[in-house]
Design a protein around this ligand. Structure first.
Ligand SMILES: NC(=O)C1=CN([C@@H]2O[C@H](COP(=O)(O)OP(=O)(O)OC[C@H]3O[C@@H](n4cnc5c(N)ncnc54)[C@H](O)[C@@H]3O)[C@@H](O)[C@H]2O)C=CC1
Ligand SMILES: CC(=O)C(=O)O
Ligand SMILES: [Mg+2]
Length: 622
């Protein structure tokens, strides 16, 4: 239980103090960690040992073994949960020690297998290991290794995790959702597998990304792992290799399109919101054409958001604001930044939309401001610079197509190459969401040397690692120590000699989506508004201290992800309250939520985050 700090206590009115006291004294009402509540089960014996939610293996005490009918089913030595973890870590670290060739895909997959087996048998311990070693294991359960896991899913599949809905299940989903064992689900991450990271259409194998994202929900946001549900909607695949693969586990037919496709997703949404009306659904890795359409279709009626469009946008905005501050300029100078974006998919357009809105707000939020903000972006896709001259501009990119009038004096034309655009525009920032590894070639980085910025920024945001538009080594070797670098998947910092370090930031939506989900849950907001997303982005931006950004550190290390998530969630709660969207959560009704100060809101979020502690288990006959 989090205690109320002395400083906070001093600053509170008696009313507030009473409320906060309530928060910390009545976990049953405000639920700190369901982990501290006894759990009543109707099963005992080996069934408990085979249930990863409740199993604690050799850490079951003798009285528990007696009470639960498992005495004699475990070796006699009772160990503490720490000893259990030490034994597990020894095994995992042994693997590292004997891996001769340094980090490799094989080693990463071996680590994933070991962690996954632990996940299968003891969830509490799994999350304890993950939370305590998040820097080391996030790259295993999340990008980049999760990409490999999805690619090799047929061979790695042992036990199912999550739910699968397919086109064959049309008409059945409303009853199928009741097959899921948990009566309460807080978070669903759903994918149709059509664009997994930058790896393309992986069909049913994409379930791995939903599982990886939810691992971060538990580790970073403290969502109770019994209340998360990864979902794969299998509407076929257009991946010819998978269509022919005899070991493929999904439907071997081409993807549904048009109204048929939409009707499947509609049916899924109706089913999950019928069983769990308060659930939050995160759409993940849908190909761009559906990402935008489904977002518009559902966002006003359901508690949902699209992580690739909206989460990525917020993380990019926070990083872009960091890059402005790194130049020693105030954030309000953001609208002066010239930004070249490579990639006009769900992520690229999501970033440009939200970043231009942020600029426009800073400029007065009127038509002139929007026009001025728009003109700060140059978007380059697979066919080069997007301009009004293009016959079939994607409707989502159309507002940002460069105008005819602007092109002449810039010396640019429709389809201009990335290097040409960088040479002519001399941008402050190049931002890659293209899924093309190495796109920021030597030539492009050389061209960026003429940037008008004192600290040119390179955001190589595509995943996984091999799809990064460039490496930090390449960026710093060409642009020198002043460059700012961020990538979607993790890279090591670069030693620049003379004690100087080129900081490699991880610019990944993982810094926002857990807090967006948690903040929405705890506010009880019925929808996720642009304002709530903006508040999340701004909190992430302001999280970084002046001295950090001046060193080129624009995102926090992942070791701080739980703390950041708490702050982001609190910002989301407060914005939901301010916009009158909050309906409250459990006993914290909307009125009480509105009375919380900023500090109290943070405390409220903190007390509601689950931590991996073995619960007391009580057996009751049915
Ligand atoms: N760091 C992060 O948090 C996130 C990273 N991403 C990454 O962004 C990438 C793209 O995702 P989506 O937008 O959904 O994919 P998408 O496939 O919809 O879009 C890719 C875009 O890149 C363009 N492109 C292809 N070749 C190009 C080239 N040579 N030059 C310039 N543009 C080119 C395409 O025309 C398309 O507009 C993926 O690798 C994904 O992993 C996505 C979301 C979050
Ligand atoms: C990070 C993420 O969501 C992606 O690469 O799609
Ligand atoms: Mg994604």
């Amino acid at each position: 239980m989090a205690s109320i700090s002395r400083n906070l206590r001093r600053s509170l009115t008696p009313d507030r103090l009473r409320l906060l006291h309530l928060l910390s004294q009545h976990p049953r009402e405000y639920v700190t960690a369901e982990c501290h509540r006894p759990v009543v089960l109707h099963k005992r014996g080996p069934d408990i040992l085979h249930d990863p939610w409740f199993n604690r293996g050799t850490a079951f005490s003798m009285t528990e073994r007696d009470r639960l009918g498992i005495r004699g089913l475990l070796p006699p030595n009772v160990v503490s949960s720490q000893q259990q973890i030490d034994r597990f870590m020894l095994d995992l670290q042994r693997l590292q020690k004997y891996a001769r060739d340094g980090p490799s895909d094989t080693l990463a997959l071996a680590k994933w297998r070991i962690l996954n087996r632990l996940h299968d048998r003891n969830e509490t311990m799994y999350y304890k290991v993950l939370i305590n070693n998040i820097e080391e294991y996030a790259p295993i359960v999340y990008t980049p290794t999760v990409g490999l896991v999805c690619q090799n899913y047929s061979g790695l599949f042992r036990r199912p995790r999550g739910m699968y809905f397919s086109s064959d299940d049309r008409g059945e989903m409303m009853s199928m959702v009741y097959n899921w064992p948990a009566d309460q689900v807080d978070m669903i991450v759903v994918t149709d597998g059509s664009r997994i990271l930058g790896l393309g259409d992986l069909g049913v194998q994409g379930i791995g990304i939903a599982i990886g994202k939810l691992d971060l929900y538990v580790a970073a946001a403290g969502i109770n792992p019994q209340r998360v549900l990864p979902v794969m909607i299998d509407v076929g695949t257009n991946n010819e290799k998978l269509l022919k693969d005899p070991l493929y586990l999904g439907l071997q037919e081409h993807r549904l399109e048009g109204d048929e496709y939409v009707s499947v997703i509609d049916e899924f949404m109706e089913a999950v919101f019928t069983r769990w009306p308060n659930v939050i659904v995160q759409f993940e890795d849908f190909q761009s054409k559906w990402a935008f359409r489904l977002l518009q279709r559902y966002r006003k009626t359901y508690r949902m958001f699209n992580d690739d469009v909206q989460g990525t946008a917020g993380v990019a905005i926070a990083g872009l604001l960091g890059a402005v501050r790194a130049q020693g300029r105030p954030m309000i100078d953001f609208p002066k930044q010239r930004i070249v974006v490579a990639g006009a998919g769900s992520a690229g357009i999501g970033v440009v939309n939200a970043a231009s809105r942020t600029m426009a707000r800073m400029l007065g939020n009127n038509e002139v401001a929007f026009e001025s903000a728009r003109s700060q972006f140059w978007i380059v896709d697979a066919h080069g610079l997007i301009t009004e001259d293009r016959a079939d501009v994607d409707p989502d990119a159309r507002p940002f197509a460069r105008r005819k009038g602007e092109l002449g004096h810039q010396g640019l034309s429709e389809g201009a190459s990335l290097v040409e655009v960088v040479k002519k525009v001399k941008p402050d920032v190049i931002l890659g969401l293209s899924a093309v590894g190495g796109l920021f070639s030597k030539e492009v980085l050389e061209a960026l040397k003429d940037s008008s910025s004192s600290r040119p920024a390179i955001f190589a945001m595509s995943n996984p690692t091999k799809n990064a538009e460039c490496t930090p080594g390449e960026a710093f070797s060409i642009l020198g120590e002043k460059a700012i670098f961020a990538s979607g998947s993790p890279f090591h910092d670069v030693d620049l000699g003379d004690g100087k370090i080129g900081h490699s930031n991880q610019g990944n939506n993982m810094y926002l989506f857990p807090g967006i989900g948690l903040g929405t849950l705890l506010s009880g907001a019925r929808v996720i508004s642009d304002g709530m997303l903006q508040a999340a982005a701004e909190r992430l931006a302001s999280y970084m201290k002046e001295e950090e950004v001046l060193q080129g550190i624009i995102y926090p290390p992942i070791s701080r992800i739980r703390d950041i998530t708490k702050e982001v969630a609190a910002a989301v709660v407060r914005e939901a309250v301010a916009e009158d969207l909050a309906e409250g959560y459990r006993e914290m009704d909307a009125r009480e939520l509105a009375r919380l100060s900023e500090e109290e809101t943070i405390e409220y979020v903190k007390t509601n985050m689950w931590s991996p502690v073995y619960p007391t288990i009580i057996y009751r006959k049915d």
